[in-house]
Design a binder for this molecule. Structure first.
Ligand code: 4TL
Ligand code: ZN
Ligand code: ZN
Length: 503
């Protein structure tokens, strides 16, 4: 799939264009939008009957709405109208949605040479071009690796963004790098737990390192023992698969002004351990519990390709399974993390924070300017924010704001949640320094407070709970049903912007 921009004003761009399928966005036909010049252009090109036909078929141009019109013997042979809603409310999220809806309809119609004609006024043409191209590519992504007979739908060869200056084509390199990272993350999350093992994550990191010249260190169980990672290894000890502690490093060719560490939860399967996940807890979905590490490795893939200047990035994943055997942790076991803190494991199903504890201590020893972790950490976050919004906790207002902005730029929603110190009471243990699980109310907040104990004081740190957002039951926006690749676009946008934090 090749992207290009076709400049000129709309009427002449469309008049001269010879592709087979054209997607045109229309604002809702409220009185204030009657004068939409795009309606006039359509009438001039396709005749006065077109708008009447839309009315007859009750196309009201609401966001997400689309209508396909086949035109035998005419060019373009398929005309697809997509709704944009009210002009005053149209934004970057709107252009993404319209691009995805249009691309899917075009693909269903067998488009080879696709034109996309959406209004970019007021959005910033560069940001709009990037949003449109990412939406087309990500909404048409297919994954049939595990079908014995793959039958992929044909994708368009060429996608033209109409009415955009060719100077904006420069963004397509970033689009390709970003989408490749999102696609890798989706593939890692979608792969079953008998394929996506800790070894598989280490192999994936090795492929990225090899392809782009990144540095890779994989710590084996013995190496982790030597570093005193009793929390991570406690989780890993119930599995027949060896744990892998993955540390991938991107160094810019010039000097680095900032050093960033990205840490991802990498539980390739979470059975819950002896606090076994019971009926209704979606144990069969728990391959998704490495979604944080998928986002981190996906971002590594993107950043390795983009080669941003001025920023050194460390990608860290403490990967293992949470399983049950004779040597698995008992509920009640006390483990010692690599910073010396002791933890009473009152719930073996709150294992993610145990693995992250040692990963965060390791990340902080690298003395970065900022640490961001991503994890499918708590069911409570899914309850609080649903499937479209990730929870964000941060010790730094500047970092929190920068990540929310990066999310907006990339099309991922984050909502800041409080690190209320008094809730730490819930993690008090009578026998150890802390318990790993607090009470059910505010469960995602106590989880974040637990992690904070393993981050160096005064270091800018943010935690993203992506338990609700890495998997989608149904097709939604740019996401297909299944793995979304959530987190990659936020991380890539943030790193591209220099990962700067106003502290
Ligand atoms: C209740 C505790 C503290 C044990 C918890 O939050 N456990 C999370 C866990 O197992 N971490 O390792 C947890 C995470 C995700 C619990 C449930 C989910 C979860 C359950 C579902 F049914 C979902 F659809 C979902 F998206 C997440
Ligand atoms: Zn768990
Ligand atoms: Zn888990």
């Amino acid at each position: 799939m090749e992207f290009r921009c076709i400049p000129q004003d709309l009427a002449s761009a469309l008049g001269a264009w010879a592709g087979d399928t054209l997607v045109v966005g229309l604002f809702a036909s409220g009185d204030s939008n009657r004068e939409d010049p795009r309606r006039q252009v359509l009438t001039n090109l396709f005749g006065g009957e077109l708008l009447g036909r839309l009315e007859q078929r009750q196309f009201t141009a609401k966001p997400g709405e689309s209508i396909s019109i086949e035109r035998l013997g005419a060019s373009p042979q398929t005309l697809i109208l997509v709704g944009l809603g009210e002009a005053a409310e149209f934004d970057l999220a709107g252009i993404r949605m319209a691009s995805a809806v249009g691309a899917r309809a075009a693909c269903a119609a067998g488009a080879q040479d696709l034109g996309l004609c959406l209004p970019t006024e007021g959005l910033g043409a560069g940001a709009a071009a990037r949003a449109m191209a990412e939406a087309v590519r990500l909404s048409l992504f297919q994954d049939q690796r595990f079908k014995s007979k793959a039958e992929p739908k044909a994708l368009p060869n060429q996608v033209s963004l109409m009415g955009l200056d060719s100077a904006h084509q420069a963004c397509f390199a970033a689009v390709d790098a970003t989408c490749a990272g999102v696609e890798l993350a989706r593939q890692l999350v979608a792969a079953p737990p008998n394929v996506a093992t800790p070894q598989h994550l280490a192999d994936t990191a090795a492929q990225i390192a090899q392809a782009y010249g990144l540095e890779l260190k994989v710590l084996e169980r013995g190496d982790c023992e030597a570093l005193g990672m009793g929390a991570f290894l406690g989780v890993a000890q119930g599995s027949d698969l060896p744990p892998k502690f993955i540390h991938l490093t991107y160094r810019p060719s010039g000097p680095a002004q900032r050093k960033v560490a990205l840490v991802g939860k990498g539980l390739t399967f979470d059975s819950g351990g002896y606090n076994l996940k019971t009926a209704g807890s979606q144990i069969e979905m728990m391959k998704y519990d490495m979604g944080g590490s998928a986002a981190v490795l996906g971002a590594a893939r993107s950043i390795a390709q983009l080669q941003p200047a001025g920023v050194e990035v460390h990608f860290i994943v403490a990967s293992c399974e949470n399983m049950i055997n004779g040597s698995a942790v008992h509920p009640g076991d006390i483990v010692t993390a690599s910073n010396g803190k002791t933890i009473e494991i009152n719930n073996t199903d709150a294992e993610g924070r145990l693995t992250l504890a040692d990963a965060l201590v390791y990340a902080c020893k690298l003395e970065p300017d900022v640490v961001v972790d991503l994890a499918t950490l708590t069911g409570a976050c899914l309850i609080a924010l649903g499937e479209e919004i990730a929870g964000l906790w941060s010790s730094s207002d500047g970092l929190a704001e920068a990540l929310v902005h990066a999310g907006e730029a990339g099309g991922e929603a984050l909502w800041r949640m409080p690190l209320r110190p008094s809730y730490k009471q819930g993690l008090k243990s009578p026998v150890a320094d802390m318990k790993n699980t607090g009470p059910r109310p505010g469960g995602s907040i106590t989880a974040a407070l637990f992690l904070q104990d393993f981050v160096s004081p005064n270091l800018a740190w943010a935690h993203l709970d992506i338990a609700g957002t890495v998997w989608s039951d149904k097709e939604r926006g740019l996401d297909p049903a299944g793995a979304t690749g959530f987190g990659v676009r936020t991380l890539v946008q943030w790193i591209e912007q220099g990962a700067a934090t106003a502290t």
